[in-house]
Design a protein around this ligand. Structure first.
Ligand code: PLP
Length: 393
């Protein structure tokens, strides 16, 4: 009889979004006259910008013509895209990367999950709580030991290591999903120095870097020494609306080594063995994000979400609700008022203002008593939802 990976038995079922859907459907059936506003969505709602669509159409036409057809592309991604990403890092963040330190993929989720291939199962994996669940589950699948570092009201959901912190591999996400909290340069410096001192690896998720408006780091490589201890995952999903188109990239610096092995070479080997690249059409679309007009237009889209987030932060500030996020992130993480639990507050908002959000307890123990609202909605809906919320405070 064949044997399965028994570690899958240790995965916790996530009922979060099913439970939300059940409650929402039951409410909608009982109150068909009420307009529900969904602010739990973690997906973008604005379409691709025209430059991306045009580039993809052109690339699709090339694929239909013998002279310009493309078969298998480079596993690491076409140089035209990797060079544009490197230019973007230099121009936007003053970070110098070689194009061959950048690996194009079908999104950050796959890379975050796949990067576990490079690491021994003996590592102690440290993830923040509350957390984007992929960091946890992709390691539980391999039977790895997971430790948590706690985000809370006191540390603004931006936990830092101290002398008692143990572990070899640390997942960080900034701007954070679900809390929207964003590390300052000094805070990231603490993490980088800790990792260098302890020979630890930081897996840095920068999926929301394009939302940073304040003078805060958008890449971990803005911090000196990070090229020796960190890998960075990024994505076109939230930057440019590619959630359905699928494209992301991972930066593995050539200076990052362990036991005499280059992680850049190991990742290249892993990708060339198990991955056959992202479609030419998609990569041409992603390249168009970096044209002058492309960048201007994706920023206009992000501005819509920022504006929504501002409407949300104004409302919760006026209501005297404690929160993180919103400014540099599409997520607003609010403290449930009057000591309500996350699910009590979910019911309260659903019943009293027909607004649907995500209970923070679904992202970990430390999310209990907190609630996530997202700016991925129309401005009209955001205004209406916040007007309803303001009335009940
Ligand atoms: N990382 C974080 C923190 C996310 O919130 C998400 C998506 O919601 C991803 C990664 C996945 O991004 P992608 O669409 O590129 O797979």
């Amino acid at each position: 009889m064949f044997k399965i990976n028994e570690n899958y038995k240790n995965l916790k079922e996530s009922y979060l979004f099913t439970d939300i859907a059940k409650k929402v459907n039951a409410y909608a059936a009982a109150h068909p006259e009420q307009k529900l506003i969904k602010m739990g969505i973690g997906d973008v709602t604005q379409p691709l910008v025209p430059e991306v669509v045009e580039a993809m159409k052109k690339a699709a036409s090339e694929m239909g013509c013998k002279e310009t057809f493309h078969g298998y592309g480079p596993e690491q991604g076409y140089a035209f895209l990797r060079e544009k990403i490197a230019e973007y890092y230099l121009k936007e963040m003053n970070v110098k990367l070689d194009a061959d330190e950048i690996f194009v993929s079908d999104g950050a989720k796959s890379d975050i999950g796949n990067f576990t291939d490079l690491l021994d199962n003996d590592n102690v994996i440290v993830v923040p709580d509350p957390v984007y669940p992929v960091y946890v589950d992709s390691n539980v699948m391999l039977g790895r030991k997971i430790e948590y570092i706690f985000g809370n009201e006191k540390n603004g959901f931006l936990p830092l290591p101290d002398e008692k912190t143990k572990g070899n591999v640390f997942y960080l996400c900034s701007p954070n999903n679900p809390t929207g909290a964003t590390f300052s340069r000094d805070q990231l410096k603490v993490w980088v120095e800790f990792a260098l001192k302890n020979n630890a690896l930081i897996l840095f998720d920068a999926a929301y870097e394009a939302f940073v408006q304040e003078d805060l780091p958008r890449s971990i490589y803005e911090i000196e020494g990070a090229d020796k201890c960190a890998v960075e995952f990024c994505s076109f999903s939230k930057t440019a609306g590619f959630t359905g188109t699928r494209c992301g990239y991972t930066v593995v610096p050539k200076n990052l080594t362990c036991s005499g092995m280059s992680l850049n070479k190991m990742w290249l080997r892993r990708q060339t063995t198990k991955f056959n690249g992202v479609s030419y059409v998609t990569q041409r679309g992603a390249e168009a994000v970096f044209s002058d007009v492309g960048l201007k237009n994706i920023r206009k889209t992000i501005e819509i979400y920022h504006n929504n987030a501002m409407i949300m932060t104004d409302t919760v500030k006026k209501a005297g609700i404690w929160f993180t996020g919103g400014i540099n992130s599409p997520y607003l993480w609010i403290k449930c008022p009057n000591g309500m639990s996350s699910w009590e507050y979910f019911d309260f908002l659903l019943n009293n203002c027909q607004v649907v959000g995500t209970p923070g307890s679904g992202f970990g123990k430390n999310g209990e008593g907190f609630f996530r609202l997202t700016a991925f909605n129309t401005t009209e809906n955001t205004i209406e939802a916040m007007n309803r919320l303001a009335k009940i405070y």
